[in-house]
Design a protein around this ligand. Structure first.
Ligand code: PMP
Length: 416
């Protein structure tokens, strides 16, 4: 391989001048000057082909199936030979096929799907449907959650993400996650919907109590409100079940999925909902339009992803690897009791909880040095998000644990 260190330096300079000066400076200062080049399976190499990382960030599940998964790539290539984005105004064979598949795999009765390009857009649509159907304004979400960078999704998230940009959309209320009593205080006859990540990722993979979602569901039913689950990160096998809500025996009225549905190759997201909610579009079925939403090429990719992830053997593999990481973590906790608190874990949706807020950023740095891409949780820096690809093998899991050991050792030396 031709190596040319100047390439990375040149990219940094150009990126800093034309894309984001802040990001370029941040990564320089953090000592993480990595520009992805080749990528394959669980690995990323820098553009100079010198440094290799194991991707334990996976962009929140985008790379559930690893980078450039060959089965998905084959389906994408075949779709490119035949299709294009399609025209969202028209009836589509490919959107129908993917929506039908999602309906068959949904946790409960969610026969309708509207497709989008981003998770934020899909959450916006979920909120539009809920408000349109209910004729009520209020949306309740959880503090520390993250639902996207677009209008309504943004308003459902943390204030720091919208405060600099003028007045937020009205009608949003936040309560602490995993606090059924607080939810009980908030849900009322004005509530259109409660919107929750099943396992809040940006908040550090906090796995809710066994009965929390069930209690929220009952509160919604009592007040006639809808339950929207954001499974953009927790869905598609990440937790060892196809949908994380399945662990809790709860059926949502609306489910949002994204990220991994794209196979990391072609953007597509989905908002799936109950039959009666489709009424919202009866007066004007063209009232919600998205030029790139539900691209026909993306639909083919989504079908390929579902074929792989819905397989019982695939989900069993996720659960097995999850146990392996727990066992490895227990050994590391015995070795680094001054750093590690616990492994937050539902399947391979994992967060490494550490003793204080300095730990997340520090581990991000030392993990990088040890060859792991592993990023701390923006809304709880005590926690390092730990999301290896779901296709990780036993040997690769052991390599990750070995590197994590090195990263924790590096942290100990830095702290002194
Ligand atoms: N919901 C959750 C739980 C997410 O983690 C994200 C993205 N990190 C989104 C929604 C928004 O998705 P997107 O970035 O594709 O708009």
């Amino acid at each position: 391989m031709v190596t040319d260190k100047r390439e990375q330096a040149h990219i940094y300079e150009s990126f800093g001048r034309h894309v984001s000066s802040g990001k370029a400076a941040f990564f320089r200062q953090a000592g993480i000057e990595f520009v992805p080049g080749r990528r394959e399976g669980i690995y990323l190499w820098d553009v100079d082909g010198e440094k290799r990382l194991i991707d334990c960030h996976c962009n929140g599940g985008l790379y559930n199936l690893g980078h450039r998964n060959t089965a998905v790539l084959d389906r994408l290539r075949a779709a490119l030979d035949e299709l294009d984005i399609g025209n969202h105004h028209l009836v589509s064979k490919h959107r129908a096929a993917l929506a039908e598949r999602l309906a068959n795999l949904a946790p409960g009765q969610l026969p309708y799907t509207v497709f989008g390009v981003s998770g934020g857009e899909a959450i916006d649509l979920a909120i539009k449907v809920a408000r349109g159907y209910m004729g009520r304004p209020k949306i309740i979400s959880a503090g520390g959650g993250y639902h996207g960078h677009t209008g309504l999704a943004l308003a459902a998230g943390e204030e720091k993400f919208y405060a600099p940009f003028g007045p937020p959309a009205p009608g949003f209320v936040k309560v602490p996650f995993n606090d059924a009593a607080a939810m009980g205080e908030a849900v009322d006859g004005e509530t259109a919907a409660v919107l929750l990540e099943t396992v809040p990722a940006t908040y550090g993979m906090l796995v809710p109590d066994d009965d929390y979602l069930h209690r929220v569901r009952k509160l919604c039913d009592w007040h006639g409100a809808l339950l929207i689950v954001d499974e953009v990160q927790s869905g598609l096998g990440r937790t060892g079940r196809l949908w994380a809500v399945e662990h809790f025996g709860v059926e949502p009225d609306i489910l949002v999925t994204g990220k991994g549905l794209s196979g990391g190759l072609y953007p597509i997201t989905a908002t799936c909902f109950r039959a009666e909610l489709e009424m919202v579009f009866h007066p004007d079925p063209f009232i919600h339009v998205s030029t790139f939403g539900g691209s026909e090429i993306g639909c083919r990719v989504g079908l390929a992803v579902l074929e792989i992830t819905a397989e019982p053997a695939f989900l069993a593999h996720v659960r097995q690897m999850s146990e392996r990481f727990q066992a490895g973590f227990d050994r590391l906790k015995a070795k680094y009791p001054g750093l590690l608190v616990r492994l937050r874990r539902l399947g391979l949706m994992m967060g490494i909880e550490m003793v204080n807020e300095q730990c997340g950023p520090l581990l991000t740095r030392t993990a990088y040095e040890a060859g792991l891409l592993c990023v701390y949780a923006a809304n709880d820096p005590r926690v390092a998000q730990f999301l290896p690809p779901l296709v990780v093998t036993e040997a690769e899991a052991d390599e990750i644990l070995e590197r994590l050991d090195g990263a924790l050792g590096g942290m100990e030396r830095l702290i002194g």
